[in-house]
Design a protein around this ligand. Structure first.
Ligand code: ADE
Ligand code: ZN
Length: 330
């Protein structure tokens, strides 16, 4: 099974590039930029990665990305992950990034975009890896700020595949961002949002109705509302489920308790992603292997999940056909 999962042309629809920052690279960048870290060693950083909820994680996530200052830091961050993912058999990544988290620290949008776009170009030219770009808004910040960032991103609108919504979910409902997402729609941008990770199933409905999202990131709490489940099923809305993330952030106690098998049973369009692989114990291959062990899934289940992700990925139809062929040939 492990060989099959490695060879499977995996497509990751939900990845925060800042959450792929491994402690090893964090130390390199800290030294390069003359920044003092709150950890003495790589091991000390890894030992600190125990979370009781999403907010606890986000504190360390925002602290970790403080080493990202220059264009080449963003390039190194992304290339480091792209190479690692490709080594695990990943063929496409839709990458979230958080401009506000960098703007707040005085890092201009141009620095972030130039570094990330350079890495995307290089991955597509040399690694046989396609990359989608999702500019995410921090839902615990004011909506006006998000709107301002969206306008500021005018030079990059054509290069974005979608806008997203992430960060602390509870008490930050999708409704807060209606104007921002309306503007994104007007600009012809696809919309996605985190919903039903720590927040209630109602937030999933809100994201669909008020923000017009095309996919739901996480969405695991949909099971608390039969109407929402039926909506997701009948419209075949993709859920980007992140199993090891949900265990790390205590959305579920352990992987065996995870609702993934139930979501599949209900006929939902499930996919698997790593979310923040540097913080949650591993990337795409580890997430797939862990699911195989916890749920006893056979190859057919993983083929279906991969087909779902290929269907939904932000890629050209030529690339989509290519990836479907590759899956069929496995
Ligand atoms: N930002 C990075 N990872 C996240 C997650 N799992 N949920 C919400 N916001 C995030
Ligand atoms: Zn996420």
């Amino acid at each position: 099974m492990h060989d099959f999962l490695r060879a499977l042309p995996k497509v990751e629809l939900h990845l925060h590039i800042e959450g792929s920052l491994e402690p090893e690279l964090m130390f390199v960048l800290a030294q390069r930029n003359g920044i003092e870290l709150p950890y003495a060693t790589v091991q000390e950083a890894k030992d600190a990665y125990h979370f009781s909820d999403l907010k606890g994680f986000l504190n360390l996530y925002f602290q970790g990305m403080n080493v990202l200052r220059h264009e080449e830091d963003f390039y190194d961050l992304a290339m480091d992950y792209f190479k690692r993912a490709r080594g695990e058999g990943v063929v496409h990544i839709d990458m979230h990034f958080d401009p506000q988290a960098h703007l707040q620290r005085g890092v201009p949008l141009e620095v972030v975009m130039t570094g990330l776009l350079k890495a995307k170009q290089e991955a597509e030219d040399t690694l046989d890896l396609s990359i989608g770009m999702i500019m995410a808004f921090l839902r615990d910040r004011p909506a006006e700020e998000a709107l301002h960032v969206l306008e500021q991103a005018a030079p990059y609108w054509k290069l974005l595949d979608a806008v997203g919504l992430d960060s602390a979910e509870q008490n930050n409902p999708p409704a807060k961002f209606v104007d921002v997402f309306q503007r994104a729609k007007q600009l012809g941008l696809v919309r996605v949002a985190h919903a039903g990770e720590e927040g209630p199933a109602d937030y999933i409905k809100e994201a669909l109705d008020l923000l017009g999202v095309q996919r739901i990131d996480h969405g695991v709490r949909c099971l608390e509302n039969a109407e929402v489940v039926e909506r997701l099923r009948s419209e075949q809305i993709v859920l980007t489920v992140c199993p090891l993330s949900n265990v790390s952030l205590k959305v579920v106690e352990e992987l065996r308790d995870h609702p993934l098998p139930k979501l599949l049973e209900k006929g939902l369009k499930v996919t698997i992603s790593s979310d923040d692989p540097a913080y949650f114990g591993g990337g795409m291959l580890t997430n797939h292997t862990a699911c195989a062990e916890a749920f006893g899934w056979d190859e057919a289940v993983f083929r279906q999940i991969t087909r779902n992700a290929i269907d939904e990925a932000f890629i050209t139809e030529t690339r989509r056909g290519e990836l479907l062929n590759r899956l069929a040939a496995l």
